[in-house]
Design a protein around this ligand. Structure first.
Ligand SMILES: [Zn+2]
Ligand SMILES: [Zn+2]
Length: 268
């Protein structure tokens, strides 16, 4: 099953890619299934527009002009929820999933104690290991504020802002925080993703197999692949590299989702 489970469209504040362009790109890359995961940030400071209008997106997706593309690929409806420690968030996200009958939710952290790890400032006065540890510990705390999610997004997100020569998250950077996160998601029947936008930030299509193997070792079974594409050229990015790494880490299956339930596909 060639599925890209993390992509944005013009329904996200930071993407201009039309639904047509993203579907077309996915079909060209021979993907069989995609999930639209536009940004839903309950309250990113200063950016109130970071809230996807899921109703408008569903309507646009159902429009007649997309019918020829919809016949060629399965399109699931999801969202990438950017978590903050907000009162009422648990109920709010639950309602969002119910109201829009979402298939899939990525729980992400884009703001770590008020700082955005996407920018190099996050690494000021911190070693690479300290920055990754802080980010993942924060992710553990934030992910506990909601119940309705499928996978945790890009645990290696700070790579994007990392000014050091070695930008890759290594298991040894934050073993305790990574173990805490994995134990939490595994206990609740949730999963993680391999996000290939991190490959683009690294300039090489790889990751530290040690953390992926650790997830498996702790009992992790649910894993999705996502390009995090904000433009058509990134749709399906390095999908083959991602599946090879997942196989190498010992996994026999990847997951897609329908109505928030995982569907497992044997890795061939
Ligand atoms: Zn984005
Ligand atoms: Zn994200």
């Amino acid at each position: 099953m060639r599925a890209d489970y993390h992509m944005h469209t013009e329904f996200s504040f930071d993407s201009n890619a039309t639904l047509h362009a993203q579907l077309q790109a996915a079909i060209e890359r021979e993907l069989e299934e995609i999930c639209l995961t536009d940004h839903y940030e309950p309250a990113y400071p200063g950016l109130p527009l970071w809230q996807v209008d899921l109703g408008a997106r569903a309507e646009a997706l159902a429009a007649a002009d997309l019918a020829p593309l919809r016949e060629k690929i399965t399109v699931r409806q999801g969202a990438e929820v950017g978590l903050l420690d907000l009162p009422g968030q648990r109920a709010h996200i639950h309602q969002l999933v119910e109201d829009h009958k979402l298939d899939f939710v990525i729980a992400s952290c884009h703001l770590c104690q008020g700082e955005d790890p996407y920018y190099t400032d996050f690494f000021r006065k911190r070693t690479r290991g300290e920055a990754f540890s802080l980010y993942i510990s924060e992710l553990v705390d934030l992910v506990k504020t909601i119940d309705d999610f499928s996978v945790v997004g890009h645990i290696d997100f700070p790579t994007k802002g990392c000014p050091y020569e070695d930008k890759m998250l290594r298991y040894t950077d934050a073993p305790d925080a990574i173990d805490d996160l994995f134990r939490y998601v595994i206990d609740r029947g949730k999963g993680i993703e391999v996000n290939t936008s991190i490959f683009r930030a690294l300039g090489k299509d790889t990751l530290d197999l040690a953390w992926l193997k650790r997830y498996k070792e702790l009992g992790g079974e649910i894993i999705t692949i996502g390009s995090d594409a904000h433009k058509p050229q990134d749709v399906g990015y390095a999908w083959d590299s991602a599946i090879s790494l997942i196989r190498e880490a010992g996994f026999g299956y990847i997951a897609t989702f329908r109505q928030m339930q995982p569907v497992f596909h044997k890795i061939s």
